[in-house]
Design a protein. Structure first.
Length: 483
DNA sequence: TGAAATGTTGGGGCG
DNA sequence: ACGCCCCAACATTTC
């Protein structure tokens, strides 16, 4: 009986509770080697984006400190995962490697190869589900194929039986005594400098599993019960803001599921209803996206509805720039894009509005939006991001029909009626009266002057007229359908 | 997890 | 008193 240690390869599961790989490794009873590999050059063109790198830095700090509390050192290494694993195995004499699964096509291919090779070498290798309520191959339609429509998928998740209870943190963890060499986190340059565009991120976020569980319990204490309505008001704190925590695995969907159900049961006597039901359905939208990405691995690149390959997208660098920088002249669009730039996150309702504007008003290819969100969101997630962009474009599974075009003025008036959200993110419009908040070009000269606004100078003129942009998009769609 | 156009209805002004 | 018209208000259809 050897005392060869076990490597726990942390990836998008940066937590100690409900971490099946960690629990299994701890149960094996040998010393643990906690390892994180910065492997993003293996990720095709989906190397971790800028805002996510900021998050990752702090998430790793938090994980390292959590491990430290139990006497463990997190080992940081950079490079192709297979090579790094070989090195760490050689240095430590490890005979087991455990990890929780990822579902990006590049990760599936790579991990499968690594698993086969290490097993051939006589290693004990096991992977686990730490990221999903239901893995993509578990649910099939009556026809035997993957789900392509959300509602039946959501029903199937609930009908599939109990979601497993989250695992507690292992109560016995012993770590390797002679810690292998580790990179220094600061040397990875994950944080921006010159300029530090993430300066305001800490006002909004506390990366790490403590921040995640704190956020969850705050949300469940109150906002979740009004979630059904409040979740659409971007000026109100009505959403959970758990997305980046979930992406990095600082909290698991199983933990969220069971905590939400327990709360609802205590509050209403029913396991799932009202706001909690709606909230959990949003968690399952994430699962649905993973299901789509797994079964349609080209999702990030190509339209699921193949006829969209012929759509007459417009190459418009100036329009794209105006959209990215929040200078379109449509207040709700600009507010969203500036919230994204300032905080690394955007309210869901406004994600739909800004995406509709890019795709339908500007007719710029959805992949431009996908790439921008990938780089600027702290919650950038390949499955959710690509599935959602295709959903808005109308080219995805269970997608919004192409002719469903958001009117940015009406959306603003409906979901930000008192202009709270616009005033927060577009301060140069703060003194406009509510009634023209979402359409400053309709303000009278007197109103504009009183608010200190000169359109075209202090705030841009509209870069397109929505009514004619809508007609143009519908004509393009019609032509596509006829072809 | 839309919006705009078109259709229908009913109340009120008015000759 | 009555019919006509206008037009909200709401419903339905279309994109």
């Amino acid at each position: 009986m050897s005392d060869a240690p076990s490597i726990v390869w942390f990836r998008l599961d940066l937590r100690l509770s409900d971490n099946p790989a960690l629990t299994a490794a701890a149960k094996r009873g040998r010393a643990l080697v906690p390892l994180f590999i910065l492997d993003d050059e293996e990720a095709d063109e989906w190397a971790i984006g800028g805002a996510s790198r900021w998050w990752l830095h702090h998430a790793l700090e938090a994980l390292a400190s959590g491990l430290q509390d139990h006497g463990g050192d997190l080992i940081l290494r950079q490079g192709p995962a297979e090579r790094v694993l070989d090195e760490v195995i050689a240095e430590t004499g490890a005979e087991a490697v455990y990890w929780n699964r990822r579902y990006e096509p590049w990760a599936i291919a790579r991990d499968g190869k690594i698993k086969d090779r290490l097993k051939k070498d006589g290693m004990a290798v096991e992977s686990f589900n730490g990221a999903l309520l239901t893995e993509p191959w578990e649910l099939k339609t009556g026809q035997g194929g993957p789900y392509k429509v959300f509602t039946p998928y959501w029903k199937a998740v609930r009908a599939a039986g109990e979601i497993p209870e989250p695992l507690p943190m292992p109560d016995e963890m012993t770590f390797i005594s002679k810690t292998p060499q580790s990179d220094r986190l600061m040397d990875w340059d994950l944080l921006p400098s010159k300029p530090n565009w993430a300066a305001a991120f800490p006002d909004t976020w506390t990366p790490g599993s403590e921040g995640a569980t704190g956020r969850l319990s705050d949300f469940l204490d109150d906002a979740v019960f009004a979630y059904k309505d409040q979740r659409n008001a971007p000026g109100q704190p009505g959403t959970s803001r758990l997305s980046p925590h979930l992406h990095f695995g600082e909290i698991s969907p199983r933990q969220i599921w069971h905590a939400a159900i327990a709360k609802n049961l205590a509050e209403t006597g029913e396991p799932m209803s009202g706001g909690v039901m709606t909230f959990l359905s949003e968690v399952v939208w994430r699962e649905f996206s993973y299901n789509l990405l797994y079964h349609f691995p080209h999702l990030p690149k190509d339209p699921l509805k193949t006829e969209f390959a012929a759509f007459p997208w417009i190459d418009d660098p100036a329009g794209l720039k105006a959209w990215q920088t929040g200078m379109t002249g449509y207040p709700i669009v600009d507010a969203g894009m500036r919230e994204l730039w300032t905080t690394g996150w955007m309210h869901n309702r406004v994600r739909m509005i800004t995406a509709s504007f890019l795709i339908k008003d500007l007719m710029i290819h959805w992949s431009e939006g996908e790439a921008w969100f990938w780089d600027t969101l702290v919650d950038a997630d390949l499955a959710s991001n690509s599935a959602s962009w295709q959903w808005v474009a109308g080219s995805g599974a269970d997608a919004s029909p192409y002719f469903r075009i958001f009117n940015p003025v009406l959306q603003g008036e409906k979901f930000d009626p008192d202009g709270t959200y616009v005033r927060r993110w577009v301060p140069e419009l703060a003194d406009l009266p509510d009634k023209v908040m979402h359409a400053p070009w309709e303000a009278s000269p007197v109103e504009l002057q009183a608010a200190g606004i000169t359109l075209g100078q202090t705030y841009p003129e509209r870069i397109v007229n929505h009514a004619s942009a809508r007609d143009r998009a519908l004509a393009a769609y019609k032509a596509l359908k006829a072809a």
